[in-house]
Design a protein around this ligand. Sequence first.
Ligand code: CU
Ligand code: ZN
Length: 175
Amino acid sequence: MKKIVISAVLILAVIIGCKTSSKSNDSKKLSLTFEAKSGSSVAGTATFTQKDGEVTLVANFTGLTPGVHAIHIHEKSDCSAADGTSTGGHWNPTFKNHGKWGVGDYHKGDIGNFTADENGKGSITFTTDEWDIGSGDPTRDILNHGIIVHKGKDDFTTQPTGDAGGRVACTGIIK
Ligand SMILES: [Cu+2]
Ligand SMILES: [Zn+2]
């Protein structure tokens, strides 16, 4: 009888242990470095952090032209082209129109705009429960896509690009 009780306690401990470890697996982080494109001198870094079912992007840039710049997740992680076009169009796994996140139609990659100051420095923080890191769900998983920073601003209207101009920085979203 004692043996049975001890076994039951052990099994319970294993179950609790598994639950705890699967919860901590929900916390994931990716750190990325941008490369300059289209002859720009933009440098930057980005982190994606997944916690409690939400993913937060924090990105910081230098070397931008002062003013408003679009930033999107694009389809491919391939930054090899000098003008960044190797990343393809906006990541749009749900086949929606381009737009402003949370307002009508929008691509899963439509992060939006941020502003660079007079010294060319800019940053953006963006949090959503519509992304994840590495689930394999094509409508949510940001892995193996790319991030593009544009020369100009996203008008949230022009299809399918937002008319944001050339591509001045690029990184693959890869481990
Ligand atoms: Cu873009
Ligand atoms: Zn878009």
